[in-house]
Write a protein that binds this ligand. Structure first.
Ligand SMILES: [Zn+2]
Length: 308
């Protein structure tokens, strides 16, 4: 790893702390380095409050202020150039007079999109863009999908028996264990909305709330025959929903897969078997395995779309 990558890695670590508080803003981390020493760090804690850059500058000790003229500020996402709830970070960086700015990735938000970098460059400050770019984009995959595809980031999620059934002759099955249940609730606390199909809704009346983790409940959405999928997705976009977990039955999942409306698939497989039931949805052909983790007798495989 290069020095730039090491500090950008630290920005990513800091940024991830904002997973619950920052939204609908992106998670962003910033590190200020002078003479090979970190003199300031910060991340975007909560929407409406200071951005990562503001918090990083605020953490610089008075005796280190004089070092700023030789310092480099690392930011995982392009500094903003517009007046939102707070003034533009690009202006703050220029005012602070740092020597160099290193940016992880460009902000896809329509009001920024390169303008932050451009504004800083025009003053003669050196700007490097694209350090750990893929990692920086992945961290804010919900935000990126929302702003570039105009729909939420969609996670399809189901649990199946060892022999590939999702229920027992139409009756709900408890496949998840204590550990994976906690993970499911963590996921719910981190995503904006959760959807079930009308069959699951009327058969199981699932609560779809966060009980085994601490955090907000996701917005509850039910897919009915009266609501075509694309219309529903457009509505969620209009409502500012950046991510959606789909915990449907086979039909619901397959309608998302057929429409190409998915970004991630999480399949939990338990050790139990049943002799008859509803078969798990068919995985699309264009998947690439992202991770495979074991939790007791269960495992969770995560898939993303394979690169075309
Ligand atoms: Zn900003």
């Amino acid at each position: 790893m290069s020095e730039d990558e090491i500090y950008m890695q630290r920005c990513l670590q800091l940024a991830a702390n904002g997973i619950q508080g920052a939204r609908p803003n992106p998670m962003v981390g910033a590190v200020i380095v002078a003479n090979n020493r970190t003199i300031g760090e910060g991340y975007h804690v909560r929407c409406g409050q200071g951005h990562a850059e503001v918090n990083a500058f605020a953490s610089v000790k008075p005796e280190d202020e004089a070092l700023l003229k030789d310092a480099t500020i690392y930011v995982s996402l392009e500094p903003c150039s517009h007046y939102g709830k707070t003034p533009p970070c690009a202006d703050l960086i220029i005012k602070k007079g740092v020597k160099r700015v290193v940016v992880g990735c460009i902000d896809p938000f329509a009001e920024v999109q390169g303008r932050g970098v451009e504004k800083i460059r025009q003053t003669g400050i050196e700007v490097t863009v694209g350090v750990l770019e893929k990692e920086c984009q992945w961290l804010n995959r919900r935000f990126f999908t929302y702003h570039s595809k105009h729909r939420p980031y969609i996670i399809l999620k189901w649990a199946q028996t060892a022999n590939g059934f999702i229920d027992n002759q139409g009756k709900a099955l408890q496949i998840s264990n204590e550990q994976t249940q906690m993970l499911s609730h963590q996921l719910r606390a981190e995503e904006d909305a959760i959807l079930v199909g009308h069959t699951t809704e009327s058969r199981e009346h699932p609560q779809l709330t966060v009980r085994h983790w601490v955090g907000p409940n996701p917005k509850r959405v039910v897919l009915t025959h009266q609501r075509p999928l694309q219309q529903l997705i457009d509505d969620l976009y209009q409502q500012g929903i950046q991510s959606l977990i789909v915990e449907g039955g086979r039909q619901t999942h397959e309608s998302f897969i057929e429409a190409g409306l998915w970004d991630e698939i999480r399949v939990e497989t338990g050790a139990m078997t049943v002799s008859e039931g509803t078969l798990a949805p068919q995985l699309p052909t264009n998947v690439s395995l992202l991770s495979s983790e074991v939790y007791g007798d269960n495992n969770i495989k995560r898939y993303i779309k394979a690169l075309e």
